[in-house]
Write a protein that binds this ligand. Sequence first.
Ligand SMILES: [Zn+2]
Length: 211
Amino acid sequence: MSMERKEILACPKCGHKQDFVIWQSLNGDIDPVAKQQLLDGELFNFKCEECGNISNVDYPILYHDMTHEAMIYYVDENSVEQAYQAMVGAENKIGIEMSGYRRRIVTKQNSLREKAIIFDYGLDDRVIEIIKLIYHTNANDQVSDVKIDDVYFLVSDDKYLLAFIGDKPLSVEVPVSLYDDIKKDFSERFNLMGDKEPIIDYSWALKLFSN
Ligand SMILES: [Zn+2]
Protein backbone atom coordinates (compact mmCIF):
# COMPACT_ATOMS: atom_id res chain seq x y z
CA MET A 1 0.00 0.00 0.00
CA SER A 2 0.97 3.60 -0.48
CA MET A 3 0.51 6.51 1.87
CA GLU A 4 0.21 9.97 0.47
CA ARG A 5 -1.22 13.33 1.40
CA LYS A 6 -2.04 16.46 -0.49
CA GLU A 7 -0.50 19.73 0.52
CA ILE A 8 -1.06 23.20 -0.81
CA LEU A 9 2.28 24.65 -1.82
CA ALA A 10 3.15 28.04 -3.25
CA CYS A 11 5.25 28.45 -6.37
CA PRO A 12 8.58 30.00 -5.28
CA LYS A 13 8.60 32.14 -8.43
CA CYS A 14 5.10 33.62 -8.72
CA GLY A 15 3.44 32.61 -5.44
CA HIS A 16 0.59 30.70 -7.10
CA LYS A 17 -0.81 28.05 -4.76
CA GLN A 18 -1.77 24.56 -5.85
CA ASP A 19 -2.05 20.98 -4.63
CA PHE A 20 1.04 18.84 -4.42
CA VAL A 21 1.13 15.15 -3.51
CA ILE A 22 3.61 14.15 -0.81
CA TRP A 23 4.25 10.42 -0.66
CA GLN A 24 5.10 9.10 2.75
CA SER A 25 5.42 5.71 1.14
CA LEU A 26 5.05 4.84 -2.51
CA ASN A 27 4.28 1.35 -3.72
CA GLY A 28 5.37 1.29 -7.34
CA ASP A 29 3.21 -1.72 -8.19
CA ILE A 30 0.06 -0.04 -6.88
CA ASP A 31 0.83 3.48 -8.12
CA PRO A 32 2.57 3.01 -11.47
CA VAL A 33 2.09 6.63 -12.55
CA ALA A 34 3.98 7.98 -9.54
CA LYS A 35 6.55 5.23 -9.98
CA GLN A 36 7.16 6.37 -13.55
CA GLN A 37 7.58 9.94 -12.31
CA LEU A 38 10.21 8.69 -9.90
CA LEU A 39 12.04 6.75 -12.64
CA ASP A 40 11.91 9.82 -14.89
CA GLY A 41 13.30 12.05 -12.14
CA GLU A 42 10.09 14.06 -11.88
CA LEU A 43 8.48 12.90 -8.66
CA PHE A 44 9.87 15.78 -6.60
CA ASN A 45 9.10 18.38 -9.24
CA PHE A 46 6.53 21.03 -8.44
CA LYS A 47 5.35 22.39 -11.78
CA CYS A 48 3.48 25.65 -11.42
CA GLU A 49 0.18 25.67 -13.32
CA GLU A 50 0.38 29.44 -13.53
CA CYS A 51 3.90 30.31 -14.68
CA GLY A 52 5.29 26.89 -15.62
CA ASN A 53 8.22 27.18 -13.22
CA ILE A 54 9.56 23.86 -11.97
CA SER A 55 10.93 23.71 -8.45
CA ASN A 56 12.10 20.85 -6.30
CA VAL A 57 10.18 19.72 -3.23
CA ASP A 58 12.21 17.71 -0.78
CA TYR A 59 10.65 15.21 1.62
CA PRO A 60 11.51 11.74 2.97
CA ILE A 61 9.89 8.79 1.27
CA LEU A 62 9.82 5.02 1.42
CA TYR A 63 9.71 3.45 -2.02
CA HIS A 64 8.52 -0.12 -2.33
CA ASP A 65 9.03 -2.36 -5.38
CA MET A 66 7.04 -5.51 -4.61
CA THR A 67 7.82 -7.21 -7.91
CA HIS A 68 11.56 -7.08 -7.28
CA GLU A 69 11.29 -7.31 -3.50
CA ALA A 70 13.06 -4.08 -2.70
CA MET A 71 12.53 -1.13 -0.42
CA ILE A 72 14.40 2.14 -0.55
CA TYR A 73 14.27 4.75 2.16
CA TYR A 74 15.13 8.27 1.10
CA VAL A 75 15.98 10.39 4.16
CA ASP A 76 18.25 13.31 4.97
CA GLU A 77 21.73 12.57 6.25
CA ASN A 78 20.78 13.20 9.87
CA SER A 79 18.02 10.60 9.78
CA VAL A 80 19.96 7.61 8.48
CA GLU A 81 20.25 5.96 11.88
CA GLN A 82 16.56 6.52 12.55
CA ALA A 83 15.63 5.03 9.17
CA TYR A 84 17.84 2.06 9.89
CA GLN A 85 16.10 1.43 13.21
CA ALA A 86 12.69 1.73 11.51
CA MET A 87 13.85 -0.75 8.93
CA VAL A 88 15.01 -3.30 11.47
CA GLY A 89 11.83 -2.75 13.51
CA ALA A 90 9.62 -3.38 10.49
CA GLU A 91 11.57 -6.51 9.70
CA ASN A 92 11.09 -7.88 13.21
CA LYS A 93 7.38 -7.13 13.04
CA ILE A 94 6.81 -8.75 9.68
CA GLY A 95 9.27 -11.55 10.24
CA ILE A 96 10.41 -14.23 7.93
CA GLU A 97 8.26 -13.47 4.88
CA MET A 98 10.38 -10.40 4.17
CA SER A 99 13.71 -12.19 4.41
CA GLY A 100 14.38 -12.04 0.67
CA TYR A 101 13.90 -8.30 0.59
CA ARG A 102 16.63 -5.84 -0.24
CA ARG A 103 16.48 -2.74 1.88
CA ARG A 104 18.45 0.37 1.14
CA ILE A 105 18.85 3.80 2.63
CA VAL A 106 19.80 6.73 0.41
CA THR A 107 20.31 10.39 1.20
CA LYS A 108 19.94 11.93 -2.26
CA GLN A 109 16.91 12.14 -4.53
CA ASN A 110 19.11 11.10 -7.45
CA SER A 111 20.23 8.00 -5.57
CA LEU A 112 16.62 7.07 -4.87
CA ARG A 113 15.84 7.40 -8.55
CA GLU A 114 18.95 5.44 -9.49
CA LYS A 115 18.16 2.52 -7.19
CA ALA A 116 14.51 2.48 -8.29
CA ILE A 117 15.74 2.15 -11.89
CA ILE A 118 18.26 -0.56 -10.98
CA PHE A 119 15.67 -2.65 -9.15
CA ASP A 120 13.03 -2.04 -11.83
CA TYR A 121 15.37 -3.63 -14.37
CA GLY A 122 16.00 -6.56 -12.03
CA LEU A 123 19.64 -5.56 -11.54
CA ASP A 124 21.94 -5.76 -8.53
CA ASP A 125 22.92 -2.34 -7.16
CA ARG A 126 26.13 -3.80 -5.69
CA VAL A 127 27.34 -4.72 -9.17
CA ILE A 128 26.38 -1.24 -10.39
CA GLU A 129 28.39 0.42 -7.60
CA ILE A 130 31.44 -1.63 -8.56
CA ILE A 131 31.04 -0.56 -12.20
CA LYS A 132 30.63 3.06 -11.14
CA LEU A 133 33.78 2.88 -9.04
CA ILE A 134 35.79 1.43 -11.93
CA TYR A 135 34.57 4.08 -14.38
CA HIS A 136 34.96 6.87 -11.86
CA THR A 137 38.54 5.87 -11.11
CA ASN A 138 39.38 5.60 -14.81
CA ALA A 139 37.79 8.96 -15.55
CA ASN A 140 39.83 10.56 -12.79
CA ASP A 141 42.99 9.10 -14.29
CA GLN A 142 42.20 10.05 -17.89
CA VAL A 143 40.70 13.50 -17.43
CA SER A 144 42.18 14.62 -14.16
CA ASP A 145 41.36 18.28 -14.81
CA VAL A 146 37.63 17.57 -14.85
CA LYS A 147 35.92 17.53 -11.48
CA ILE A 148 33.37 14.73 -11.08
CA ASP A 149 30.90 15.19 -8.25
CA ASP A 150 28.69 12.19 -8.81
CA VAL A 151 28.07 9.25 -11.09
CA TYR A 152 24.61 7.86 -11.69
CA PHE A 153 23.45 4.76 -13.47
CA LEU A 154 20.45 4.88 -15.73
CA VAL A 155 18.88 2.92 -18.54
CA SER A 156 17.92 4.52 -21.84
CA ASP A 157 16.62 2.58 -24.87
CA ASP A 158 17.66 -0.60 -23.04
CA LYS A 159 21.24 0.66 -22.88
CA TYR A 160 23.09 0.90 -19.58
CA LEU A 161 24.48 4.37 -19.09
CA LEU A 162 26.56 6.17 -16.51
CA ALA A 163 25.94 9.88 -16.20
CA PHE A 164 28.84 11.86 -14.77
CA ILE A 165 27.76 14.96 -12.90
CA GLY A 166 30.41 17.63 -12.51
CA ASP A 167 31.82 20.64 -14.30
CA LYS A 168 31.70 18.75 -17.60
CA PRO A 169 28.63 16.52 -17.72
CA LEU A 170 29.05 13.43 -19.85
CA SER A 171 27.58 9.98 -20.17
CA VAL A 172 29.07 6.68 -21.24
CA GLU A 173 27.51 3.40 -22.20
CA VAL A 174 28.30 0.38 -20.04
CA PRO A 175 28.40 -2.91 -21.96
CA VAL A 176 25.84 -5.39 -20.65
CA SER A 177 28.59 -8.02 -20.78
CA LEU A 178 30.59 -6.02 -18.21
CA TYR A 179 27.64 -6.13 -15.84
CA ASP A 180 27.29 -9.87 -16.36
CA ASP A 181 31.02 -10.50 -15.89
CA ILE A 182 31.23 -8.56 -12.63
CA LYS A 183 28.09 -10.20 -11.31
CA LYS A 184 29.65 -13.58 -12.04
CA ASP A 185 33.05 -12.64 -10.59
CA PHE A 186 31.53 -11.47 -7.33
CA SER A 187 28.73 -14.01 -6.97
CA GLU A 188 30.61 -16.20 -4.51
CA ARG A 189 31.65 -13.25 -2.39
CA PHE A 190 28.16 -11.79 -2.46
CA ASN A 191 26.70 -15.11 -1.38
CA LEU A 192 29.02 -15.18 1.61
CA MET A 193 28.30 -11.56 2.51
CA GLY A 194 24.52 -11.78 2.25
CA ASP A 195 22.56 -8.74 1.19
CA LYS A 196 21.78 -6.96 4.43
CA GLU A 197 23.84 -3.79 4.04
CA PRO A 198 21.47 -0.81 3.98
CA ILE A 199 23.91 1.59 2.34
CA ILE A 200 25.31 0.52 -1.02
CA ASP A 201 27.23 3.45 -2.44
CA TYR A 202 30.65 4.65 -3.53
CA SER A 203 32.16 4.14 -0.07
CA TRP A 204 30.73 0.65 0.10
CA ALA A 205 32.42 -0.24 -3.20
CA LEU A 206 35.72 1.32 -2.08
CA LYS A 207 35.63 -0.74 1.10
CA LEU A 208 34.97 -3.89 -0.89
CA PHE A 209 38.22 -3.40 -2.79
CA SER A 210 40.26 -2.48 0.27
CA ASN A 211 39.42 -5.72 2.09
ZN1 LIG B 1 4.55 30.03 -10.62
